[in-house]
Design a protein around this ligand. Structure first.
Ligand code: FAD
Ligand code: UQ1
Length: 455
């Protein structure tokens, strides 16, 4: 078994060492030939690279760039005091990890050599190479990386903002409510439990159902399962985009008596009568609404491109930063790149996807800076969704959003529920994240996939 001798910390140390060795070699060579191009005298309002957002994507890029380009050449504009490892929120919402394990002070994870600008970007001016901050100040750049994440549109569900965190209504999609999920699951005494998934793109498309499996297990163990009806409502027509994993998930839903309602999009919560109202998006009842009573309601709200990006010259028609799907370079502004949830990259939005995207972006942006564009790297759409189906099992979906084909790392069928991939996701990947990914030293599992013999 591959994971039997897999020690989390030593594995992370090995991966970090290998990555930094690779990077420092390449970067040293580039730096020697290109030192005069680096502006060591960067003024506080002018930077070689400005990175917008200090989340998973922003930090994984800024760390390497700051290390390579030197002190204060890279600025990270990030308003938040706290950096969250959001993939842990599925575990926090089910009581398997503490909320504290999912967070770190931004000051702890911000790359030492980067300038942290603790503010929000309000607007972009790519023809002038500037961004304007919420405080009105203008910052100029030679290169811009946009990594501002996705916007969670809580207000688009009637009464959600005022009901969230109260009387059984919760969501793992917010730092403010994720601990309420655990509280409400444990306080549940039976009745109707509803879990929703919107029709919009969201981050981690599997998370809305993972929490259902974990809740169902807890209610079964508490002996209240036969007094509980569980309904999953999705705005989409499939439980998961990739058939290989969807087929297994459907079997699990059937075996565990979880009812799936397709093409139903949550529109309103009626807290007084404890009812959820759904728009029907397809079929004979298209255009009508259906109303369900709830005793427990886990909401995944609609999401979309951040408003300040949507309103900018950087966005495509849907509001995402309009980048080339292979190179991650902006389609109109050559010195602008984007990655992660705010980008137009047509793949499933996950931190796992960013591991591969960040490597491509760094290669191509540093190629621009050092005038060495020969080896343009190309992103292949890799993404992953660890589908936790219980407190000891998981389906590790890994695939390309571009081809729809599985891209599994390990030499076993990852569509089957396994304890090994559960442990990997719960214990090892968080270590990889904090010790390597936010430090710019984790390019994702592609090289292990090749090592295990996959194409
Ligand atoms: P974020 O990490 O959200 O960071 C965006 C940053 O931009 C934030 O720090 C924000 O403060 C900042 N920002 C926003 N607006 C501005 C502005 N105007 N100016 C400057 N900065 C700004 N992924 C997985 O790979 N596996 C999983 O199992 C998984 N499970 C998940 C479960 C849940 C419940 C959730 C919520 C997410 C999950 N994800 C998972 C998805 C993953 O967390 C995201 O895809 C990832 O964090 C995206 O990184 P990002 O940097 O694009 O955005
Ligand atoms: C991964 O690299 C990653 O980033 C650290 C995730 O983010 C939370 C993931 O969920 C997954 C699955 C990966 C892929 C890593 C391996 C070892 C398969």
């Amino acid at each position: 078994m591959v994971l039997a001798s897999f020690s989390p910390l030593s594995a992370v140390a090995r991966m970090s060492a290998r990555n930094s060795a690779f990077q420092s070699k390449r970067f040293l060579a580039q730096a020697v030939s290109a030192t005069p191009k680096i502006n060591d005298q960067a003024k506080p309002s002018s930077y070689k690279v400005v990175v917008v957002g200090g989340g998973s994507a922003g930090l994984s890029v800024a760390s390497t760039l700051a290390e390579t380009l030197g002190n204060k050449s890279v600025a990270v504009v990030e308003p938040s005091d706290v950096h969250y490892y959001q993939p842990l929120w599925t575990f926090v919402g089910s009581g398997l990890k503490t909320f504290d394990e999912s967070k770190m002070a931004m000051s702890e994870v911000m790359p030492e050599k980067a300038q942290w600008i603790k503010d929000s970007v309000a607007s972009f001016n790519p023809t002038k190479n500037t961004v304007v901050l919420a405080n009105g100040e203008s910052i100029s750049y030679d290169y811009l990386v946009v990594a501002a994440g996705i916007q969670v549109n809580w207000g688009k569900i009637k009464n959600l903002p005022e009901t969230l965190g109260k009387n059984g209504v919760t969501s793992n999609y917010s730092a403010q409510s994720v601990q309420k999920t655990d509280e409400f699951i444990k306080a549940f005494k039976g009745g109707n439990a509803l879990f929703t998934m919107p029709s919009t793109p969201i981050k981690c498309a599997g998370a809305p159902q993972k929490i259902m499996y974990l809740a169902e297990e807890q209610w079964r163990k508490a002996g209240i399962r036969d007094q509980t009806k569980i309904n999953y409502f999705t705005g989409l027509g499939k439980i998961f985009a990739i058939d290989k994993y969807a087929n297994e998930l459907l079997k699990i839903c059937k075996a565990r008596n979880l009812s799936i309602n397709y093409f139903t999009d949550l529109a309103e919560i009626r807290p007084n009568s404890k009812e959820a109202v759904f728009n029907v998006l397809a079929g004979d009842a298209k255009g009508s609404t259906v109303t369900f009573p709830y005793d427990f309601l886990h909401v995944t709200p609609p999401m979309g491109a951040p408003d300040f990006i949507k309103a900018s010259p950087l966005s495509n028609a849907d509001g995402w930063v309009d980048v080339n799907m292979e190179t991650l370079r902006h389609n109109k502004f050559d010195n602008v790149y984007a990655l992660g949830d705010c980008s137009s990259l047509p793949t499933s939005k996950t931190a796992a996807a960013i591991t591969a995207q960040s490597a491509v972006l760094k290669n191509n942006l540093l190629g621009d800076i050092f005038g060495d564009n020969k080896e343009v790297a190309k992103y292949d759409g890799y993404t992953s969704c660890p589908l936790v189906t219980g407190s000891d099992k998981l389906i590790l979906a890994e695939f390309s959003g571009y081809t729809g084909q599985p891209q599994e790392t390990f030499p076993f069928d990852q569509s089957k529920e396994r304890f090994s991939t559960y442990l990997l996701t719960k214990e090892i990947i968080p270590e990889i994240y904090w010790k390597a990914m936010v430090k710019g030293n984790w390019d994702g599992p592609a090289k292990y996939r090749k090592l295990f013999g996959a194409a």
